[in-house]
Design a protein around this ligand. Structure first.
Ligand SMILES: Cc1cc2nc3c(=O)[nH]c(=O)nc-3n(C[C@H](O)[C@H](O)[C@H](O)COP(=O)(O)OP(=O)(O)OC[C@H]3O[C@@H](n4cnc5c(N)ncnc54)[C@H](O)[C@@H]3O)c2cc1C
Length: 299
């Protein structure tokens, strides 16, 4: 691994790409846990991102592409791999009713652009902590809106080639797509013109503030139900999980779908608590309950 890290560092120097060998997951994920990463690369230009991603594939190096880190929980053990941190690869352009944003652009910045141009159906972007690339991968959404309704095309790097995928080629489903096996370089959205965009987003934010625990670090809602037969947070509440604590991790008293880092939690605490809730709910409901959080370095 050390040899490969050296080669990747050479590549970063050649392209003038920022990198570090002492970043921890806890500083780049919203839940604030996780150990040290062997190499973190932070491209600011498309060519830098593509060069490093191609090299990761070529050398078969263990790696993860990271957006805002709002859906990722990592182990406290050192990560013997590479994190390609996309959040500096930013830029957004609006033409008519279409918007093109680079993969690391924050959803907040994309929402600002939508608001300025009176484009509607993307108000949810104003209340989800994400990059547009991560939001596309996760088919993020809330309050009846989601990425799959507004994405027209995605520019990806896959098997060494830049390829444009149409919406229908992204396999969008509940909190899922097939974009997690490639690098999302840019996303093109198509939205209708409409009124009251800012007001609708503000209503969504208010509803979130009322229903979700935003005062402690988290990775958002931990579980989802793929067959739509139940709402995991409601089932977790019925099973008495609210307030249950394991190490520094705790199920929110406000929303049983959120597992919080309340006191220097380890990634393992979060993982274990989420796994216990998931298995309990699966047994109780018989529904297809899945983990929304992407765990890194767990069994
Ligand atoms: C307080 C809070 C509230 C939340 N509310 C919601 C909500 O209402 N609705 C909702 O859907 N989600 C919600 N989430 C979860 C999270 O914000 C979304 O899943 C979001 O889409 C993750 O985006 P990200 O950029 O942070 O991606 P990350 O968390 O960094 O990564 C998520 C996945 O995408 C991959 N990925 C990221 N960027 C790229 C890229 N450019 N190319 C290829 N793969 C990539 C990662 O490898 C990983 O598999 C919430 C989270 C928090 C902390």
């Amino acid at each position: 691994m050390n040899d490969i890290v050296e080669k990747l560092i050479d590549l970063c120097r050649f392209y003038g790409t920022d990198y570090s060998t002492d970043t921890c997951f806890r500083t780049i994920t919203t839940i604030k846990c996780g150990g040290k990463i062997a190499l973190t690369v932070e491209p600011r230009r498309v060519i830098q991102a593509c060069a490093i991603y191609s090299a990761l594939q070529k050398y078969g190096v263990r790696h993860i592409v990271l957006g805002m880190g709002s859906n990722v929980v990592a182990s406290e053990k050192d990560y013997d791999g590479v994190v390609l941190n996309m959040r500096r690869l930013t830029g957004c352009r609006v033409r008519g009713n279409s918007v093109v944003a680079l993969g690391g652009t924050s959803t907040a910045a994309v929402f600002d652009a939508l608001q300025k141009h009176s484009l509607t159906k993307g108000e949810f972007l104003g209340c989800i902590p994400a990059t547009i690339g991560g939001a596309a991968v996760m088919n993020a959404g809330c309050y009846g809106q989601c990425m799959s309704d507004i994405v027209s095309e995605v520019l990806v790097l896959k098997e060494g080639k830049l390829t444009v995928l149409k919406n229908s080629q992204c396999n969008f489903a509940k909190r899922h797509s097939n974009l997690d096996n490639c690098l999302v370089v840019a996303v093109k959205l198509q939205l209708p013109f409409g009124d009251n965009v800012r007001q609708r987003a503000e209503e969504m934010r208010r509803a979130k503030r009322l229903s979700q625990p935003l005062n402690f670090p988290s990775a958002g809602s931990a579980l989802y139900c793929a067959d739509g037969k139940c709402i995991p947070s409601l089932e977790a509440d019925k099973c008495g999980f609210k307030g249950v604590r394991l190490g520094g991790a705790k199920v929110s008293e406000k929303h049983a779908g959120f597992v919080l880092n309340v006191d220097k939690a380890m990634g393992e605490d979060i993982y274990l608590l989420v796994s216990i809730i998931k298995e309990t709910l699966k047994k109780k409901t018989g529904s297809d309950i899945r983990t929304e959080i992407k765990f890194v370095g767990m069994p």
